[in-house]
Design a protein around this ligand. Sequence first.
Ligand code: PMT
Length: 401
Amino acid sequence: MGQLFNRNVLLGISGGIAAYKSAQLVRDLQELGATVRVIMTAGATEFITPLTLQALSGNPVHQHLLDAEAEAGMGHIELARWADVILIAPATANCMARLASGAADDLLTTVCLANTGPKLLAPAMNQAMWRDPATTANLNLLQERGFQLVGPAEGTQACGDVGPGRMEEPAAIAQRTSALFDSDVLDGISIVITAGPTREAIDPVRYISNHSSGKMGFALARAAADAGARTTLISGPVNLDTPDHVQRTDVVTAQQMHDASLAAVADCDIFIACAAVADYRPAEALGQKLKKSADTLQLEMVRNPDIVSAVANHPERPFTVGFAAETQDVAAYAQGKLEAKKLDLIIANDVSDTAAGFNSENNAVVVIGTDYYQELGLASKQQLGRQLVALIAEQYLATVV
Ligand code: PMT
């Protein structure tokens, strides 16, 4: 399986002759496992038809910012959140100038502004345009803002000139895109992540649980594995595939998650408690199905062990990160949990927001440490997972040097 397996690549095509190579690029990205969606500028459609890109990508091509029908499907903000990476190939001199100016007057520039993830440019232009100081200044500005570059290559150009400015070959661009997800920042580090809900049995057919889907925890596990960590996922019952290179232990109850977590502590450098663990369980799980009789039913509940607290207070404690699911005064309540549970960091999310938190594709969080405060705005859980792993790695590594 390719390194872009399960990755969403948003391919922006701007108006240059190299746009004809974008068709092959879609194929090469797919070969590496990517799901590809395409945005074309008006100029790009002069060089290659949207129908070609639609047929190859298997998705409708996005062209217009102010298109009510397209916005009703996957709107520009949703597209920006969907993308794990935005790749612009070819990126013309004009496209780069408009990105550098912060323009948001067409779909491609607007989506770039609205996206918080990695962005990769494959420039393509005449050699004199590439060498022009205006292009150099725009490029420098874009690189300062985090845009990355693949190419351009040198050689004979469509206009007959010879020099730098030819778009890099599609296979090389696809490989470079895939390499964006490789990192060795957590090489040799062992990470354990809890994810999903727990289920606490009332009787053989009923249980107490919550709305956690596991998406946030699985996104973290994937990002940790991509960053080179030996990654273990301790998951409650969820309906998700295990990310590549992640070792998964399935559990059902809070007690089982507790036992699996403590068994993993000895070989754990960083513990991230993303699971939504039931605080209480029925005092007794009935052996037979509970019969309906009285009008009301009272269940006696007993406290479950606090898993993240047990890990943070363990004699061999790893760097311990908790989550806080709050519905009000998010930062204040999270701060209280950070201190009460003796955590190194806590990641707070507002679970009253239906666009984020439980079971959503997106999330927005505040990361709090003793001397640390960082807000990460609404993004897909995949994007946020990468941002969080980078941030946790930075904080952890600062404690071990
Ligand atoms: O799974 P998703 O649908 O993607 O949703 C993600 C999420 C909303 C579940 C996730 O982002 C999140 O907020 N997880 C923590 C949920 C939670 O139980 O928060 P809490 O504030 O109740 O608990 C605080 C911390 O203590 C958490 O790290 C929790 O894992 C831990 N805990 C809680 C109780 C317990 N008995 N043991 C624990 O370890």
